[in-house]
Design a protein around this ligand. Sequence first.
Ligand code: GUN
Length: 287
Amino acid sequence: MAQRMDGKAVSAHTRQRIKEQTEFFIKETGVTPALAVILVGEDPASQVYVRNKHNGCLEVGFTSYEYRFPANIEESTLLAKIDELNADPAVHGILVQLPLPSHIREEAVIHRIDPRKDVDAFHPENVGHLMTGHAIFKPCTPAGVMELLSYYKVDPCGKHCVIVGRSNIVGKPMMHLMLEANATVTICHSRTVDLAAVTRSADILIVAIGKSRFIRADMIKPGAVVIDVGINRLPDGKLTGDVAFEEAEQVASLITPVPGGVGPMTIAMLLQNTLRAAQASVKRMKK
Ligand code: GUN
C-alpha cells in the first residue's frame, strides 16, 4: 500500500517559510510583496482558484489585488490593464487566470506581461530561461511537484520519469525541471502508441491530461511514485484526479491524492515566485 503524499501539509510548511521570509523582507525594505490577479468571465473553477490565490497572499502577508472583467471584455481593454500593472511599481507579480474567452488571444496576453512580473513563468522569455536552466521563476505546478518529491526524499536522478500530457502549463515545463534534476524523461500524449507499456516503465509517473481516472493500476510499475496533476469534477460534484486512486495506491510506493496533493503546492510556488519578484524589484531599485 502506497504512502500518500500530503500536499496540504507540505504546502502549509512551505507557506510558513514564505511567511517568515516575507516578514523579514518587509522589515528590511519597507516593501510589501504584491500580486495582481486578473479574472475574466465567470468560470466556476477559475473563481475558486483565484479566491485561493487571494487567500494565500493574505496568509503570508502579501498585498493582493484582484481585477474582474466580464467575459465579453475587449482584448484591448485587458491589454491596457496589463500595461497599467506593468508600470505600477507597487505590483510585483501579475497573473491572468486561464483559460480566457475564445475571442481573446491567450498568446497576446501572456506576451504583454512584463517578464519580471510574470510569476506564472508563461512568458516566452521565462520559458526560454527554463529551457537553459536559468529560470528565475519556475512554473508553479511543475515546481510544486518538485517540492513535493523533495519533501518525500524522492531523488529523480537516474530515474525514468514518464510525463503523460504535453501542455505548456504542466507537461512541457515538468520535462525541463525533471531534466534539471537528472531524470531520464519521456513525454506521452494522446497519440502515443501503447501508452500502458510506456507508463509501466516509469519510476516516477506524472499525469496531467484532465481525464478522470484514466491511469489504472495495470499501467503502473509496482513501487513507482505516482503524481496526479489532474483535477476533474464529476457530474455529482466530486473531484477526481487522472489516476484511479484506490487501485493505484495498491501498486505505487508513493502517490498524491486529489484533492490535497499537487493542487495546494501550486499556490505555495506562486507565492514563492511573487516574493522573488519583489526581492528582484528592490534589488533593481538599489542599482
Ligand atoms: N489555469 C490553470 N492553471 C493555471 C495557472 O497555473 N496559471 C494561470 N494563470 N491560469 C491557470
